[in-house]
Design a protein around this ligand. Sequence first.
Ligand SMILES: NC(=O)c1ccc[n+]([C@@H]2O[C@H](COP(=O)([O-])OP(=O)(O)OC[C@H]3O[C@@H](n4cnc5c(N)ncnc54)[C@H](OP(=O)(O)O)[C@@H]3O)[C@@H](O)[C@H]2O)c1
Length: 330
Amino acid sequence: MLYVANSERYSNMKYNRCGKSGLKLPAISLGLWHNFGGVDTLENSREMIRRSFDLGITHFDLANNYGPPAGSAEETFGKILKDDLNCYRDELIISTKAGYYMWPGPYGDWGSKKYLVASLDQSLKRMGLDYVDIFYSHRPDPETPLEETMGALDLIVRQGKALYVGISSYSYEQTKDAVRILKKLGTPCLIHQPEYSMLNRWIEGDLQNYLLSDGIGTIAFCPLAQGILTDKYINGIPEDSRVAKKTGFLKSEHVTTDKINKVKGLNEIALLRGQSLAQLALSWVLREGKVTSALIGASRVRQIEDNVKALDNLDFCEEELIRINTILSG
Ligand SMILES: NC(=O)c1ccc[n+]([C@@H]2O[C@H](COP(=O)([O-])OP(=O)(O)OC[C@H]3O[C@@H](n4cnc5c(N)ncnc54)[C@H](OP(=O)(O)O)[C@@H]3O)[C@@H](O)[C@H]2O)c1
């Protein structure tokens, strides 16, 4: 059926400025790492993208290797874009990345200029796009000079194949070096994409302070710890969960008793706040405005609807934060 976007789509979403740039991102963005591959149902993927856009989610995050098979999430997105969202292209922020293994031989992995430039050309073809809004170096490469990787990002912007660039999973030291090189080249680093959630707080301190003071945005990936920070694993592993899926990156050994005990404690706080645990986890990531956007994943429409409601309650009192910290450090 012909898709017409909800005319109210911008009334409830919150848009945050990405660092000191001119770009605003929705407080909740949707990532296509899982559930949009060739192994998944196209119609479910389509419903999730349509519903997201109707809820004001304007940012969709991809990478060359998302699937499985690798590349197929970009193909799925390209198809949905062509069928449903073509006339909304200027209302969308589409990102992709290169940095993990994509094709055999010495030029299909890590951070060389050869790999990044070729990979983005392939991504653009798969998605049927002339340009992406954000292109990322997906991970730091210990063997390629950082000047070369950042030079590739700068080149890609100058070629008009990306409007902005970002880095993902770079440490504090690597980030400082990357930002300095990019500044010198005249292509500022728009955004950092690190993992960040109640169960993974590595960015707090040096990296987060640096990003804030230098005017670089932060988009937090896996804010729900791939689903652990929801109520779904409290009573075991459901059949329709990422852990139960053969192609999922979350394995049963990651769902430890220690984590589930924490989840149970956090769930009590969520209930007192009138939130689902997923909503609590997202509100917490977005607290105090230090993170530009929480980059969620979803396997069905109702999860996206549930998650967006986190924005109704982003404030925490001191006592709640102390209780949360006590649970997390227990
Ligand atoms: N830069 C990087 O290196 C990197 C790495 C990883 C991810 N990412 C990005 O981050 C995005 C998000 O990653 P993620 O999918 O792991 O994020 P996540 O939001 O932590 O986990 C998403 C999963 O949680 C479950 N879920 C979501 N909402 C729920 C709800 N309301 N109630 C119950 N369960 C819920 C679903 O699992 P079920 O499938 O079990 O229903 C869903 O697939 C990716 O798509 C990608 O764009 C980037």
